[in-house]
Design a protein around this ligand. Sequence first.
Ligand code: GH3
Ligand code: MG
Ligand code: MG
Ligand code: MG
Length: 313
Amino acid sequence: FVAPLTVNTLVDAVDPLAFESKDEPYRVLALDDSPTVLATVERILSQFPNIHMRGLREPSRILETLMDFAPDVLLLDFHMDGCTGLEVARIIRQNKAFESIPIAYLTSETSEEVQQEAMRQGGDDFLTKPISAAQLVNAVVSKAERYRGLRRLMVEDSLTGLFNHVKTKTLLQQTLLLADRQGVPVSYAILDIDHFKQVNDTYGHTTGDKVIKALARFLRQRMRRSDVVGRYGGEEFVVVLFDSTPEDALERVETLRKGFGGIFHQTDQGMFASTFSAGIAHFPAYPTMMELMVAADDALYASKRAGRNRCTL
Ligand code: GH3
Ligand code: MG
Ligand code: MG
Ligand code: MG
């Protein structure tokens, strides 16, 4: 009954977290073959501005809808025309991109045996109809919240809220694939704070952390939504500029460098400014992710050797 997309197309489904703000409404997908049930669920959930619900009647379209809508929780009918929710859940779980999306069955099935089997097959909850509006909303929101929190932990650097090392590389790879397909240039820059050890030694580690956070905030404010900003390591950051020529990238990173250097950081021992050095490399001049990263690293070292507080292309 389900027209399966290949596993590989789904593994790389773009994580919407990469582009969504923290207060984006929770997305709830309800799969049910009964329009009446869908209408009821919609009537309840649409009262809540922090919930965005989509209804789906055809089980065969579940995978493409998951990819397209990227829900935070799935409400799944148990008995449908031609298949069961169990079968749908099994297919969903076979795809890496959706292996941990919360699935709550919404059903009038009350047999405990059936319920247990459903939980074994990848379900997370069993909501029995009739269900009160409060029960439904609580179940949906708590699961969605938890799932988002988990996904955030996986991708976020806890000090700065930027993408972490692993996620930054994944997004860089995705950006390059997309750029290649669309014939668009990408610039990759690595930024490293100058003499940061001295900052720690002079003002303490807590102040060092504040400088890292200040740079993170500064980068996030100045970058476009289509740019990736990540914390690559201790005092190293990465920015990926989509549709950006080398000249454009150099100009933008130079603006960042001058802007950040003009910020004064307050401490008990007075205030100070901090600078960073940068190295920029360009796709498709360096056609693979590894070559791009090595080239940017070389450029960064050239900046350091030349005296720091500068960008090298
Ligand atoms: P350079 O200009 O050559 O980059 O010199 P540097 O001192 O910045 O470079 P180095 O790599 O020698 O030192 C980086 C320091 O950053 C060492 C480490 O203790 C510190 N560091 C790494 N992560 C953190 C962090 O999360 N917080 C703080 N406060 N310090 C960190
Ligand atoms: Mg049904
Ligand atoms: Mg460093
Ligand atoms: Mg440094």
